[in-house]
Design a protein around this ligand. Sequence first.
Ligand SMILES: Nc1ncnc2c1ncn2[C@@H]1O[C@H](COP(=O)(O)OP(=O)(O)O)[C@@H](O)[C@H]1O
Ligand SMILES: [Mg+2]
Length: 615
Amino acid sequence: MVQNNNSNGPGRRMARVGTATAPARRRLIGGFLWPHLRRYRWLLLGAASLNALHGLAVTSQTMLPRYLIDDVLLARGVPEGQRWRRLLALLGLYLVIALVGRMLVWHVSYRLFTYVREQSILSLRTNFFRHVNHLCRRFHAGHQSGELYSYLFGTPLSAVQNYFQQVAMLAPGAILTLVSTLLWVGSWDWLLSGVLLLSASATTLVLAGAQKRIRPLWEDFQSTESAVTGYVAELLRASRDVKLYAMEQKAVADFADRAGQIGRKIYERDIRSHLEWMKNEGVNYACFALLCLAVAWRYLTTAASPSAARMTIGQVQAYLTAFLVLQGPLNLLFDLATLRSGALAGMERIGAVLDTVSTTPEPVGYEAPLPTAGSIVFHDVTFAYEPGRPVLHTINLTIPYGQRVALVGPSGAGKSTITQLLLRFYDPDSGAIRIDGLDIRHCRGPDYRHHFGVVPQDPFIFRTTIRENLCLANPAASAAEIRRACELAYAWEFIRELPAGLDTLVGEGGSTLSGGQRQRLALARALLANPGYFIFDEATSALDTLSERLVQSAVERAVVGRTALMIAHRISTVRHCDRIVVLREGRIVQDGSYEQLVREKGLFHDLVHGQVREG
Ligand SMILES: Nc1ncnc2c1ncn2[C@@H]1O[C@H](COP(=O)(O)OP(=O)(O)O)[C@@H](O)[C@H]1O
Ligand SMILES: [Mg+2]
């Protein structure tokens, strides 16, 4: 059975526009990263375990001086030779721990982790890009391309990445250092170790509060950064128009203003984070003083006790060193709290896009193949881009296969919108579009659009060779086919003149071609695809009158036997179409052959006689 998770009724679909459904609170690592990490879980576990081992090595290294002091230097009644042997054994142990436990283990775990990190980030990026590519036109209308770009290569993803790195690569070692150090010194004196633990908990408490205060600053910074990136990308893309309207000064001023916004947000964020850091430092100094007091008190009060209960100089040294050594892991945990704020903000931005549902969802389960030669039927189609502002009203239109239909009407009448619906860039709010009886909602978008050769109002030419631009929809086209399509579209004459012919590189957006050349290239591209259905939306508007007539009649001949929807730029150019459909304010007001319509009184008559502006 054909299934479709689409709902009818404008209200519901409108509500899904663009996203911002309350994002499900997901877990950063568990829910967000895990799908991309799962494949590498054993490698990741290996990396984290090695990292933990590294943490143990850190503790052992810091504890060795205690034995140097108590068992080598200050040991009483030990023969000289024995003392040296102890020293050598201790140093040997120290070096083994340093070389194997710290350096080698650290490098291997880093290597494993870096591999996992890059693979999973690649997976997340690709997933995001795939999702965005499949999202509907409504979504893209609401998001700047630069903004989406910043999600992938800017702060949101890098914040998640940094946090993940910290959690997997530093936290296991840090936690093990913390715990093993406390256990080690705890075996000597539980009271002093309690003081040490107290200092650790005091800082952690400060950290918990800091995280809560810093997170909104990160969110604020990231949304500013994405908005500014989007704006700057647009300015750079529109460099021609910036010159055209002599906007340079304003553009630079705008840029400075927005870049200044980012600067201010970063300043605020970093200063506030630093203040939190200062609080943490203050608590630490106080704790160190407290520890010194406790250690000194213990040393002095046990000095007269029997040797088993006496505190040694080595232990005094070990407690003070332990406190300093614990600063590393504690600072790291503090960093973790800050990074977590950034990562959560990033995850929420990326997650909101990933949670967005397309307003033109792909059919679920069964995908119907499109009949390659069917009649197109618009049945009671109503449509609005924005809720409450309908653009098409109950359109009913049947186009038998093979008919060449011209859509005419004043600017804004809804001509392009009809073609956008036919291409399933949007779904109708009510009614349906069927091809040979099959609702096009049951066709997968990419397969479906493959059947259409389209020249949009503003064709996009990619920054590559003319040949690659032509072959986009038909990569297997032969040289003869390419040449034939170019000749039909009157594009060959200018391509032939170019220095490298078909292999000439064109600028971004086709900027090294004239408007007419871009259109002829787009026409050749559509003809080369050789589909069953064509859509030409003012496809010859940039040509002079003579060229337009030549190209138009060549195209009309080329599409004979296939369905073609032609949106007319000048009515005279479509007089040879089989049928003319006249639109006004989203309604079909006339429908017939040129000869019929020109005799009737009505909008078409007025258009022909120049009483209403066309296109
Ligand atoms: N992406 C869009 N978002 C919102 N409104 C749109 C969008 N595209 C077109 N419109 C509006 O829809 C109406 C019909 O536009 P269109 O179909 O492009 O007219 P035309 O007949 O000139 O091709 C216009 O009022 C236009 O402003
Ligand atoms: Mg239009």
